[in-house]
Design a binder for this molecule. Structure first.
Ligand code: FAD
Length: 394
């Protein structure tokens, strides 16, 4: 098996790198690399640069304004954007909902919903999880009762990322009470700027406002906002998950964290000695780098299989699990070695405080924030169950 990138893909990487070097606004890059929170305007500014280049919607076909990239281009892009310090895009809209609309939407829905995503006018969040329905998603209770040409929707969504910045939410809702609970679930596309939709913030342990509770009370949603046939959401969601690519490995993010850790070791002293010269730090960093290399080559193998059309879906669980754990381990290393300097409280120190170098003030926050990687998109325990059942067959 040849695990090297072809000359065409190497040229593509050079093109991406050049684009990022010249087009990514410097202030956004610097703040992203420092782990600072960006405003929605910053994200929109970056999305518009991408849209102008035709590089915003990676998983969409060119016919709908996407890049038409295959898995390798998407993998290369993911590595390079992380290294360059580019911010995230509106992932629920672009990577999740867009492909669903292209696959299952009516022509009218494609015309109505895809262009505003590319223009950054519609900002979407994903309403799947609920209280008591996270890993066991089929237990969801949000109800949509049909009356004439519309549904009445009632229920609560939980952990909804960036709902506070969104004007639309795509929800899994229960449209009937079937014996097999997966059978009665449908997709509804719901505007959020209307009475009856309430977004309540949840501040996570990293001190970040990223997730929310969204309650929907007596909200009227027209039938034309249903995506796909009634009761078919479960199989549509499987399509969506099967499109979740190997980028879940977060190779680019881990590579950047390793670089950060190395730079951190070169500037930070413990008992007068640089961390980069202390055996304990060097050993931990070297072992994490070895793990990253192993993960990278595993991801390449999965990628090669995917391109050859023989990818084993369950292998993605291995890569997702290890990729999340690795990001956690590297950010924890910097938090632990940074000691009190990296404690989140330092974020409240006056700007320009000489005690804490700004590049070190975010280590604890990042380490806490990375905890989410082994929860969302299928928790670590769920991934281990999949690995045990489908790969190890135990
Ligand atoms: C930062 C963050 C952002 C998120 N963003 C979104 C979003 O935008 N939209 C959205 O819809 N959801 C979102 N989620 C929700 C996320 O998908 C769920 O948290 C996740 O599916 C786990 O569900 P739960 O929290 O209900 O935990 P539970 O399912 O209640 O699990 C609790 C614990 O039990 C374990 N467990 C559960 N079932 C099993 C089993 N069968 N075998 C072994 N162990 C098991 C779990 O692994 C976990 O450790 C987000 C979550 C986080 C943390």
């Amino acid at each position: 098996m040849n695990l090297n990138f072809s000359p065409e893909h190497q040229a593509f990487r050079a093109e991406v790198r050049d684009f990022l070097n010249t087009q990514l606004p410097l202030d956004i890059r610097e703040r992203t690399l420092r782990g600072e929170k960006l405003s929605k305007d910053d994200h929109i500014r970056w999305q518009r640069v991408l849209a102008a280049r035709g590089w915003l919607a990676h998983g969409w076909s060119k016919a709908y304004g996407g890049t038409g990239w295959g898995p390798i281009e998407r993998f290369i892009w993911d590595e390079e954007v992380h290294l360059a310090g580019a911010p995230r895009r509106n992932i629920p809209a672009i990577d999740l909902l867009g492909p669903l609309i292209i696959e299952y939407g009516t022509e009218e829905q494609k015309q109505r919903f895809l262009p505003p995503i590319l223009a950054s006018e519609h900002w979407w969040c994903q309403g799947f999880s609920e209280p008591q329905a996270g890993s066991d998603l089929a237990a969801l209770k949000m109800r949509a009762v049909r009356e004439g040409d519309h549904y009445w929707v009632n229920g609560t969504k939980l952990w909804t990322s960036y709902a506070q910045e969104s004007n639309w939410i795509f929800c899994l809702v229960r449209t009937s009470q079937e014996e097999k609970k997966q059978a009665g679930i449908s997709y509804l596309l719901i505007p959020m700027d209307q009475p009856g939709v309430t977004v309540s913030p949840i501040i996570t342990v990293g001190g970040v406002h990223a997730v929310n509770q969204v309650t929907i009370e007596n909200v009227r949603v027209p039938l034309e906002n249903r995506l796909g046939p009634e009761g078919a959401a479960w199989s549509m969601t499987q399509f969506l998950l099967s499109h979740e690519r190997i980028v879940g490995a977060g190779i680019g993010a881990s590579t950047r964290y390793i670089e950060e850790a190395r730079a951190f070791g070169r500037r930070t002293r413990r008992n007068g000695v640089l961390l980069s010269e202390q055996p304990r730090f060097r050993e931990r960093l070297a072992s994490l780098e070895a793990e990253l290399m192993a993960l990278k080559y595993t991801a390449y193998r999965v990628l090669a299989d995917e391109v050859a059309g023989k990818a084993e879906a369950a292998v993605v669980s291995v890569v997702k699990l290890r990729g999340g754990q690795l990001q956690q381990a590297i950010t924890e290393l910097m938090m632990e070695e940074g000691g009190q300097l990296s404690w989140p409280d330092v974020l409240t120190l006056p700007e320009g405080d000489p005690v804490v170098p700004p590049e070190d003030a975010y280590h604890a926050q990042q380490a806490f924030d990375r905890r989410k990687l082994t929860i969302y998109g299928g928790s670590a325990e769920i991934q281990r169950n999949i690995i045990a059942k489908r790969i190890l067959r135990v």
